[in-house]
Design a protein around this ligand. Structure first.
Ligand code: AMP
Length: 111
């Protein structure tokens, strides 16, 4: 098992978990880009959003991201990002949603 997020889900490497259930784990990004920067990942290994076909899991990932945003009190606004494959700069090849908020995030521009 060479996937860092699989190891993290298994508890083999430490993380600051903010939520977990039977399908999904959410934990703080180790290099936060905003006051709130949480990653929501499936327990099962999927390389990216490209590989996601399970609608139940897709719904759960989205609803957990929204729940994390509410728990973090991001009522001023927040952003959900899924870097997918090379052109988007995906670095960790285990599907993850970034929940970002707690400051003005600026306009989202390509590049
Ligand atoms: P991406 O570029 O979308 O693949 O983002 C990968 C994210 O994983 C980056 O924001 C990293 O800071 C984060 N990351 C990498 N290793 C860890 C770790 N052990 N615990 C928490 N976040 C991590």
């Amino acid at each position: 098992m060479d996937c860092i997020f699989c190891k993290l889900v298994a508890g083999a490497i430490p993380s600051k978990r903010v939520f977990e259930d039977d399908l999904v784990v959410a934990f703080r990004d180790v290099w936060p880009l905003a006051p709130t920067h949480v990653l929501v990942v499936p327990r099962a290994h999927l390389a990216s959003l490209w590989e996601l076909e399970d609608e139940r899991l897709a719904g759960r990932l989205l609803s957990v991201a929204a729940r994390v945003a509410r728990d973090e009190k991001l009522e001023q606004g927040w952003r959900l990002i899924a870097n997918t494959r090379d052109d988007a700069g995906q670095e960790v090849l285990h599907l993850h949603l970034h929940v970002l908020g707690g400051r003005k995030l600026g306009r989202m521009l390509p590049g």
